[in-house]
Design a protein around this ligand. Structure first.
Ligand code: GLA
Length: 386
């Protein structure tokens, strides 16, 4: 069972005592297609998932922030006028988000509360974006700030880029803030325009956690990003979003072979993602599934961000009845794959994939069948008029 309001209430009463004012939630995400395209100003097609980060909080009359971090079973606190970056623990996401909100020009109130979540960490399901967006939602409630999801997504991304120090794109924070129930969002990462696309009838999205965690991910991520940005600059483009497959074919000779493959992934993936949104809108799960498989192959062979565990998981998923398509999801090098499965077969599929994967790799997998949820919101409030 996931976390719900009563679980948050219970933890709040054990740890903080007394009444809470708000309970807020921000979801993790799974990306259906459009990988490593966001920082190239391209397209992504993620959906918010049932797993989320929750905060139960009570406003304070001063500028202290006290957080019981469930993952560490301890209280952390800081003063909004004296924040320093220390280490990489969960509290840094809270501080970083407070810092970024202040950068945005907001005056913040303190609060105390509990922070808990069930988005697995480092699994490619955006636990850190969910934490930043949940914390932004908590500060917005305690400080009576207007909740503008798109703006708050950018605030959360700045926290990740400049406080936590990870050069991620906008996808994760944006879907966590703006997700729509029953839908994925086609996000144009240049204009930040979001178009909701309904999940096809009769299919389930199944998340397949390989049980492996990304090792080299941060440095490899930054290298990929740099290769993309320098190629765009070399071609005189603002971003690889502006390159077509034909133009790439004509100019590939100017690039070394590895860079040419990296760029081919990005350009092809953008085209696949736009097409995926179209066929999904028409309820065509078969074509959507085929595009997911092509995406995986491109990430594996051209962008080289997959792993043996991810490849095994995808292969096992694709060999099951009722599976339309499967691919690695998120930054890569470990974490999760995502599969699109006939709804009536999803439970069987989950069981079979898990046992075959365990047998073949010796790793312990986890499988989540998930619907698409709404983005961050205040789930319960005790303060009228907020
Ligand atoms: C991570 C980043 C995103 C995106 C994906 C790859 O999740 O946080 O911005 O770049 O990797 O698609």
């Amino acid at each position: 069972m996931g976390i719900d309001v009563s679980a948050v209430e219970q933890l709040f009463s054990q740890q903080a005592g007394g009444d809470w004012d708000w309970i807020v939630r921000a979801p993790g995400r799974v990306n259906l297609i459009g990988e490593h395209t966001d920082y190239n100003e391209g397209f992504v097609l993620p959906m918010a998932i049932e797993r989320a980060v929750w905060v139960g909080l009570r406003r304070r009359p001063d500028r202290w922030v006290g957080v019981y971090v469930a993952a560490e079973s301890r209280w952390r606190e800081f003063h909004l006028d004296a924040m320093r970056r220390e280490g990489s623990e969960p509290i840094e996401y809270v501080k970083g988000t407070a810092w970024s909100l202040a950068e945005e020009g907001y005056f913040l109130n303190g609060w105390e509360g509990v922070l808990l979540g069930d988005v697995p960490i480092g699994a490619g399901l955006s636990s850190s974006a969910a934490m930043e967006v949940a914390v932004a939602r908590a500060f917005a409630a305690a400080s009576h700030l207007p909740w503008e999801p798109l703006r708050m997504a950018l605030v959360a991304q700045r926290a990740e880029n400049r406080w936590v120090g990870v050069q991620c794109g906008i996808m994760d924070q944006l879907i966590s803030a703006c997700g729509r129930e029953g839908h994925a969002l086609l996000i144009d990462c240049r204009t930040l325009e979001c178009r909701p696309v309904p999940l096809p009838q009769g299919v389930k999205v199944v998340i397949l956690d390989t049980g492996t965690r990304r090792g080299l991910a941060d440095s490899a991520y930054n290298q990929r990003r740099t290769a993309c940005e320098s190629t765009a600059a070399r071609f005189g483009l603002k971003a690889l979003r502006d390159l077509s497959l034909d133009e790439l074919a004509a100019r590939a000779g100017e690039l070394d072979a590895v860079t040419a493959r990296r760029v081919r992934h990005v350009v092809g993936e953008n085209a696949r993602t736009v097409q995926a949104a179209e066929v999904m809108q028409q309820g065509d799960a078969e074509t959507l599934g085929r595009l997911m498989v092509a995406s995986h192959e491109s990430l594996r062979d051209d962008y080289e961000v997959s792993s043996d565990a991810l490849n095994a998981m995808v292969e096992i998923a694709l060999s099951q009845p009722g599976c339309y398509g499967a691919r690695m999801t998120g930054a890569g090098f470990g974490g999760c794959a995502v599969a699109l499965v006939e709804a009536g077969r999803a439970a069987d599929f989950a069981e079979r994939v898990a046992s075959e994967y365990r047998r073949r790799t010796g790793n312990q997998p986890a499988v989540y069948i998930t619907g698409a949820t709404a983005g961050a919101d205040v789930v319960a409030t005790r303060t009228p008029g907020t």
